[in-house]
Design a protein around this ligand. Structure first.
Ligand code: ADP
Ligand code: MG
Length: 290
């Protein structure tokens, strides 16, 4: 594309809420074959809400919630906020010695007890058995909910499920990208079952789940090593390396500053349909001489 074409298209992109931070991103977007979409905050709203709570025998719901919220009061994870919101009105003991375990959960000392909150794989890592809840977990995950466990002093006190609704437009965007012959992949740190359920809802059949934050960029590199030109779309701090490493990094403008800075293209409104419009514009730019 000529410099003039790129300039004109950048202007048109801006009118449709797409910021091309680098002129070469226009050509790059026209040439991709694969679109990798982060799940939380990209396909979904990134604002989970607590939907279910199940206690182990001998536990009261409020006690479970109090311990979980005390730990989550020190976490910046979106799930933490959902737990805190539901615990509003409860008196939380102070938590200390907090530690985030990326991709797994978080732990802290709460009123002299050790409390861990996180995915089933986090419980396994702590030597705790979630088998008693397996059927319930599967049922919740098949509904697209994320299940986290609360454990204290070597005992599972119960589980909490959160639901993060799909954004308006995600399904339509996926359908349009697939119609264009693009290979669409979902990438997430969430469990396989939850990821599959959300993928089904938006029409994606390739899912790469339970990926640790630090490994997202490697997944993009692996796809590139197979000869694919990859656009990665993401919103989180964790997504910055994958955004930078992709052939085209597409940042959700309503996401974290770190992601936005790592993107070659920024979707100002966070609606995935803008990716489809941006690509149509990019293809037109390559084929048109203004
Ligand atoms: P994603 O890539 O889907 O945004 P993350 O890598 O941030 O996911 O987290 C993966 C999983 O780790 C979550 O689905 C959750 O099960 C668990 N997790 C991480 N941090 C927390 C936390 N503070 N509280 C509860 N669960 C957590
Ligand atoms: Mg995200």
């Amino acid at each position: 594309a000529t410099p003039t074409a790129i300039m004109v298209s950048s202007g048109r992109g801006a009118q449709m809420g797409v910021l091309f931070r680098k002129g070469v991103a226009i050509e790059g977007l026209a040439r991709i074959g694969t679109v990798v979409l982060d799940k939380t905050g990209t396909i979904t709203k990134g604002r989970p809400e607590l939907t279910d709570l199940r206690t182990a025998p001998g536990w009261r719901e409020d006690d479970l919630l109090t311990l979980a919220a005390a730990v989550e009061s020190l976490s910046e994870h979106p799930i933490a906020q959902a737990v805190r919101e539901r615990a509003e009105g409860l008196t939380l003991p102070e938590a200390s010695d907090f530690e985030a375990v990326p991709g797994f959960g978080a732990r802290a000392r709460v009123a002299g007890r050790e409390v861990a909150v996180g995915a089933a794989r986090y419980m396994e890592r702590l030597g705790l058995d979630t088998a008693r809840f397996a059927a319930e977990q599967a049922r919740l995950e098949d509904a697209g909910r994320t299940v986290i466990y609360v454990a204290t002093d070597g005992e599972i006190a119960g589980l909490i499920a959160v639901s993060d609704p799909v954004k308006e437009g995600s399904q339509e965007a996926v359908a349009a990208l697939r119609r264009e012959g693009l290979h669409v992949v979902m990438l997430t740190g969430d469990s396989e079952r939850t990821a599959r359920a959300v993928a089904r809802e938006v029409g994606i059949d390739e899912v790469i789940s339970e990926v640790l934050p630090a490994d997202k960029a490697q997944v993009v590199r692996d796809l590139q090593a197979k000869g694919q030109r990859v656009a990665f779309v993401g919103d989180g701090i964790n997504d910055a390396p994958a955004l930078a490493g992709a052939d085209v990094g597409v940042a959700i403008g309503t996401g974290t500053d770190i992601a936005v800075e790592a993107g070659d293209v920024v979707l100002m409104q966070g609606d995935l349909r803008a990716v489809v419009r941006a690509r149509a514009l990019a293809k037109k730019t390559l084929s048109t001489i203004y």
